[in-house]
Design a protein around this ligand. Sequence first.
Ligand code: ADP
Length: 348
Amino acid sequence: MSAFLSLENIYKTYPGQDGLVLADVNLTLAKGEIVALLGASGSGKTTLLKIVSGLESQDKGRVVLDGKILDGLPPEKRSTAMVFQKSLLFRHLTVAENINFAPRLNRAFERAELRARTSAMLELLHLEGYGRKRVTELSGGQEQRVSLGRALMTEPSLLLLDEPLSALDINLKWALLMEIRELNVRLGQTMLYVTHDQKEAAAVANRVAFLDGGRLARVARPHEFYSRPLSLAEAKFFGWENFIPCSLENGRLRSAMGEYALPGLALGAYRPGEGYYMCIRPEAAKNVGSGAWSGVVKSALPQGLGTLCEIECRGETLKLVLPARFVHHPGESVSFDLDPELFWVVPS
Ligand code: ADP
């Protein structure tokens, strides 16, 4: 993969802050790729995005975009554009005037050309007929489409998105995520997309870059984080539950719950004598009512089609989702099997 954007050994501290906000971050993006920068609040996502855009400068390291070193260049000379969570549209201008603000100011095009490009952008963003409206007349979703349009009108080499859909309700969010993917395909637009929501990252991105406390812990395809987390932090972030201390002995995992040979697990990657956690996804329960495992329901929280239950089982409390069609009450005994595909082991 040839790098279109390359972040090399980026370090950052803020005055008055203890420790590094970013430590030795290395990341490359291919042309036309969407990479999601994912991490908990405070992990350094926005800081990294600002370093790429020129709104912040790094203490050490380089940012290279399309063969050009960006360090020291002001934001407007970087061929990047940014979309924020909160739209920064001009309230006194129309939708069209917001969208074509930058090329109008720079007199980049003749009037007819500007008008044609603005119409094409309105159409691309499903905003036909909205050009003359004031932005104050728009819904939240439409406002973010206009923000996208304003950024894309500058034809940036790289589009930077900082939690652009966080303020939207869930249905609108999914609709706009699909639209952002479509824009990526139709325009071949390279994008770096910041979010703290793993589902959003998995939905929008070709690859996910997981920031953990200012360090880039892993860059991989979204499903790899879900099926094969490499650390406890990653497992927790991607929806794994039930972290049971275990060790590897004679090719089997031994824990307080018993001994297991887990099919599908490359045990070669694990070393005898070291500590691990066996992780079990909450969706792992199957054959409910007839399985070989049994336990007592401690709590039951309905979640639509499933009920999230805490089940006391072999000396541990397991969090598992059981089908809601069997009503489960605290105190009730329940039997089930656990899908071995939804077991995983990480170092402790
Ligand atoms: P994220 O986007 O992942 O939530 P940020 O990049 O915003 O993380 O912040 C990373 C860390 O840097 C946090 O501890 C935050 O408090 C600190 N930080 C961010 N901006 C500044 C600033 N301008 N001055 C001092 N500390 C900052």
